[in-house]
Design a protein around this ligand. Sequence first.
Ligand code: GDP
Ligand code: ZN
Length: 283
Amino acid sequence: MEGRVVAAHGRQYVVELADGSLLPCFPRGKKSEVACGDRVDLQRTSDDQGVIEAIQPRTSLLYRSNEIRQKLIAANVDQVVIVVATEPGFSDELVTRALLAAESEEIEPLIVLNKCDLADKLAAARAQLAVFAGLGYRIVELSARDHAEDLRPDLHGHTSVLVGQSGMGKSTLVNALVPEARAATREISAALDSGKHTTTHAALYHLDADSQLIDSPGLQEFGLGHLDRQEIEHAFREFRPYLGQCRFRDCHHDREPDCALTAAVEAGHIDARRFALYHRIVG
Ligand code: GDP
Ligand code: ZN
């Protein structure tokens, strides 16, 4: 049988079968490398249990990591929606890291500025996002509470994953865009036997026949330890014209003479804070 993973919680998965029914599954073998959104081959082992035999080839895989382990966020998505809000404050670094993760997988990123109804906070949030707008990243402003629909055209035809710090309004957005989300979450939670009706796991919802939305748990960090220095350089989209232009092929863009990136920073073509963050991320 084939199916699609619609929820991932630790080593437990919920797979949606061709007829739309849900089957709780465990992966074969010890190491679980299955992600929400994965298309899998599975075998039913009982009425209410299956085993994932194989993961079908992915078009993309978004993950974050630290020195110790990797966490899969979502597979087969073609859009990463990074949700920030006018309040509480959000981390530029986290937004940057999510953008880098998307760039490294060649997934289209979209930034959503939520809670735009909080008018007195709007100007500051826009100023904080200006650096990303200047780099050409699209930003959609909305208020998930009463205008979540503003996002629907951008989701149509895509499999999107929502990422963001908790408190930014991701759940509000999902519940508004997917009226069945609460029921689906309950059904998924029951299948996962997690005993909780909250989304502590990644879950895939259907928006329409051609559009899916994956909600991932709120993140407070976004490690990129799985990317090497070259991949990170490339993921800073404004660095690309200068890559390969340094005197030394293995330039660390630090104190080397004739470094094209350092020169671009000095000439004002690359934002100095982005460059500092690059150095911090490659450590
Ligand atoms: P999550 O942690 O990202 O899932 O965030 P929630 O959806 O739980 O929202 C966090 C808080 O922000 C809740 O109190 C929401 O009611 C509130 N909130 C969400 N969207 C909006 C919005 O558009 N405007 C305002 N003013 N508050 C919002
Ligand atoms: Zn250099």
